[in-house]
Design a binder for this molecule. Sequence first.
Ligand SMILES: C[S@@+](CC[C@H](N)C(=O)[O-])C[C@H]1O[C@@H](n2cnc3c(N)ncnc32)[C@H](O)[C@@H]1O
Ligand SMILES: [Zn+2]
Length: 383
Amino acid sequence: MLEIPNDSLEEIVEGETKLLVPKASITQKVPPKEPAFFNPKAKLNRDFSIIAYAAFLESFKGPKIFLEGLSGIGARGLRVANELQIDNLIINDLNPTALKMAEYSANLNGIKKVEFFEKEVCRFFSNFSKKGKRGSIVDIDPFGSPAAFFDCGIRATMHGGILSTAATDLQVLNGLFQGACKRKYGGIPIRAEYGNEMAIRLVLGCLRVVAARLGVEVIPMFVESDMHYYRTYVKVLNRPDQQENIGYILHCKNCGQRQMALEPRQECELCNSKIEVAGPLWIGKIFDKKFIENMLNQVPKLQVNKVCEKTLNKCLLESEMPGTFYTLDEIAKKMKSSPPKLEDIVENLQKNNFVASVTSFNPTGFRTNANIKEIVEVFQSIQ
Ligand SMILES: C[S@@+](CC[C@H](N)C(=O)[O-])C[C@H]1O[C@@H](n2cnc3c(N)ncnc32)[C@H](O)[C@@H]1O
Ligand SMILES: [Zn+2]
């Protein structure tokens, strides 16, 4: 049996699940990688995972198998097995101590249908890439960029299944190292207020390109970000994608106008200044409205942070809105005035026959199909 636990470990409860974790991961600002990695601050994103997987599992008819490629001490997978209804949990990590701790925690929670693998993540996924052996939920949660694991992750996801990924290489995705972003994700970011959405679109764009190469379609269901990570949840379908969802964000730093388009352009359509171009990246939808509604329906049944429901309500409002958003500060700065209330600007844009909503990406952000001149006019009308 397991020698674990020892003095450097302790039991905690996250959601409804008991977890054996390194004490240092609770007390230190940056959780250590030794003896095993656990980030208590990632509880919120694990809560969102629980909600997203619950929404998916409710209507999924096939075998309910969760493949976790980089499990650490098993926090996400064990929560899924304990808090949701799945048939099998299969977890993998290169760190044997993390796996021992996961095994110990599985026992604590009485989780029986669980298997453990200690392989390099792509070797692990390759074990499950044959039809009939694939996972219905597959998660990729590495340190840094997940891009190297997209190919094997997609191959290990069954038709109709969900592939979730996390990226924590923020500097690369936010435009500090453009060359690195081009190499890893195939697209270039620019610095902008909506940099977090751009990062998510770069991740999705890369996923789409890898999937297309494999003759597979990926459809974004839900995306989520905070200061430290970008998470995406896509449905995987074994059929070629017919829609063209790869394009560019065109941003004029002179007047503030921005647009998503299939082709890059040189000049701003409003002020003729030179445009900055981000991409190629995903320009399709990033939320599936029905899926978000299903997630919201799951919330009352689950032990998750209250913030999740608030965020999901915003996701619902923005699910069918145009890509990229503006912030109150950005417009107010341009007009050299103080920013109005967010509700007022959204309401007044709508009164002027534009579509408009808040966004989950930024507390003072709003989406609209009005162009920058029209937004400024609406701002002026409520000053
Ligand atoms: C960010 S942590 C995972 C956290 C975990 N998913 C959670 O929610 O608590 C990344 C994990 O990947 C493992 N790892 C790193 N490189 C790996 C590789 N090439 N193959 C398998 N596991 C790897 C590390 O040991 C570490 O536990
Ligand atoms: Zn312009």
